[in-house]
Structures are given as C-alpha cells and as structure tokens.
Design a protein around this ligand. Structure first.
Ligand code: CP
Ligand code: NVA
Length: 327
C-alpha cells in the first residue's frame, strides 16, 4: 500500500466542495480509504513530519476526533484551535488569520459557519484548505458515506439511495458525490426545504455522466424501493431558532420501523444511514438507528479512513509548493 498510495489522479489543492472530486478522483480516494481501513491500526506513516491545523467554529465529535487520531497515526502533528467563541475574521482579517496559520501548518482543516469564509481562506492560502463542514457542504462526510455504501452493497453503480429530510450541507455533498458514482438518489422532504437548485443541477449533470440519477420527491412514501435510507437532523447547527417550525414541517418524514419496511427493495429492508449526531425519536426511531441494518457507526469509523486517504493524496501528490508566489 505505501508505494502506491500517492500515485493516481491529481487532487485539487483545496477541498471546499464535493464538486471538486470527479469520479476518477473519488474512486481513487475510496480505494485508498479501503486500504487504509485494512491497515488500521497501523497505517503507513504517510504524513510523517507534516503539521495540520484544525480550526473549528462549531462543535464536533466525529470530525475532530477522526482527524486528530487518524492523522496522528499517519505521523502528522495535529493542532486543534477552538474558534467557537470567535468566528474566523472577527479578531483579525481572514487573510491575516490564514496567512499566519500557513506559516506553521502544511494544511488547514476548518469547520465554519459561513462557506464564504472557506472561499476567502482558500483564495489567500498557499496550503490546502479542507472543508470540515460549512453551511453549504460536508465533503468529508460524503466520502465516508460513499465508502460505507460501497462496502455494504458491494457497489455504488445502480444503488438506490433515498435521502429523507432537510436539503442541507450533508445532503448537498451526498448528492454531488453519489451522483458522480452512478448511484440513483432520491431526495424526499418538504417542498420548503429542498436542496439548493444549483447543487441539484450540478448533481444531475454528474449523474447523467455516471449513469446514475438525482430525483426530488415530496411524499414520504417515495422512500419505497430503496437499498439505503439516509437522514440527518432536521435542525442543523445554526438553525436552532427555527426548531419548532422545522420539527412540524418534517414530522411526516421521521424514519420509523414502519417506514423502513415500506422502503424495502425486492423485500429487503434497506440499510439505514445518518451522519450523526442524531436526535433519537425526532428524525429517526431507536429501533431503526439501533436496528440490524443500521450503518451509522460504520460511517463514523469510515470518516477516519476516508480523511486519511484524502490528506495522503492531497499532501502527497498535488500540494502546491509552499514557497510559491503569494496571491
Ligand atoms: N458527522 C459529523 O460531522 O459529526 P460531528 O459534528 O460530531 O463532527
Ligand atoms: N447538518 C448537520 C450535520 C452535522 C454533522 C449540521 O450542519 O449541523
């Protein structure tokens, strides 16, 4: 594995959106992630000597810990900076923040409230910037999800995935990723909470090229006939003030045992997925998330392997020279 890990398609210099990963890059990443998982807990130290900064404006369990432990096992030195009380750009400009941080770190992994902050960081940075969740996307989650579905179903092409709930950051990255890999994705949710039209258009273009599809449905019963049912919280971080209206708008879409039975494809109850954290009894019932087809902890574990593959490929093959001209 170590010899081949950094060969393959050139990775983008930053990863802000799942749209930056085409099918070739995605397959290479998923293949390396599988090999990273097989080698765990002793993956090759592909990031020996690298310093990585994690900068988070929002809480996290999975993302923070999977990056810290995963990258440390690859030999990197990881530093966590909590910006929860002080959004990036508040204490000093985004430019000064980024240009200073890159003097210490070989890559910056950031969880931000506003996606535009990541875009601003990436415009002035000479080191890779990686989106660890923004209001628009969650690309690292989608990599782990694609890896998880491929392992559970044995393929991605033609796999029927119903994403039920809010057309949010997780949904956006999932559509762009699975759309490029030949899966058939149906988003099922209330008409007021559909994904961004621009994301839907792009995901449909990618699906057209891959032999997959992307559809939108409003009837909760449209989950029938799927291999995978995926949901996320109805109240993402930052939209807590909309909790009551959201809970009311989404309540018909709760993933119950009865819904899972209705969703069966060819008599087979689908796999259940959720990026976590989950609000049990709200978007999903205990019997489903704890049930025999639940993949939620596989997804959580795969975050680490998928991210290890991503950082290895970004820092190993395509990172631009750190001493290049300043933008
Ligand atoms: N799924 C996910 O990103 O979880 P955290 O918010 O705990 O990092
Ligand atoms: N959509 C959720 C995902 C959490 C991992 C949020 O943004 O809060």
């Amino acid at each position: 594995m170590p010899e081949t890990a950094t060969s393959g398609p050139v990775m983008p210099r930053t990863l802000l959106s799942s749209a930056q990963l085409d099918a070739e890059r995605l397959v290479a990443l998923l293949d390396l992630a599988d090999r990273m998982r097989e080698a765990w807990p002793a993956p090759p130290r592909m990031l020996d000597g690298k310093a990585i900064a994690l900068v988070f404006e929002k809480p996290s369990l999975r993302t923070r810990i999977s990056f810290e432990i995963g990258l440390t096992r690859l030999g990197a030195h990881v530093v966590y900076l909590d910006q929860g009380e002080s959004p990036i750009g508040d204490r000093e400009s985004v430019r000064d923040f980024t240009r200073t941080l890159e003097r210490y770190a070989d890559a910056i992994i950031a969880r931000v409230r506003r996606h535009s902050v990541l875009e601003e960081m990436s415009l002035c940075a000479r080191v890779p910037i990686i989106n660890a969740l923004s209001d628009a996307e969650h690309p690292c989650q989608a990599l782990a999800d694609a890896m998880t579905i491929r392992a559970a179903c044995g393929r991605l092409s033609g796999v029927k995935v119903a994403y039920i709930g809010d057309g949010n950051n997780v949904c956006h990255s999932l559509l762009l990723t699975l759309g490029a890999l030949g899966a058939c994705v149906t988003v099922v949710g209330p008409s007021a909470y559909t994904p961004e039209p621009s994301v839907l258009t792009l995901a449909r273009e990618r699906a057209l090229a891959s032999g997959g599809s992307v559809a939108l449905e409003f009837d909760p019963d449209a989950i029938a006939g799927h291999d995978v049912i995926y949901t996320d919280t109805w109240v993402s971080m930052g939209s807590e003030n909309e909790r009551d209206e959201r809970v009311e708008a989404f309540q018909r879409y709760r993933v119950s045992e009865a819904a899972m039975t209705r969703a069966a494809r060819d008599g087979k109850v689908p796999f259940f997925m959720h990026c976590l954290p989950a609000f049990r009894g709200v978007e999903v019932d205990n019997a489903v998330i704890d049930g025999p087809t639940s993949l939620v902890y596989e997804q959580a574990e795969n975050r680490m392997h998928a991210q290890n593959a991503l950082l290895t490929m970004m820092l190993g093959t395509s990172a631009e020279p750190k001493n290049g001209a300043h933008p």
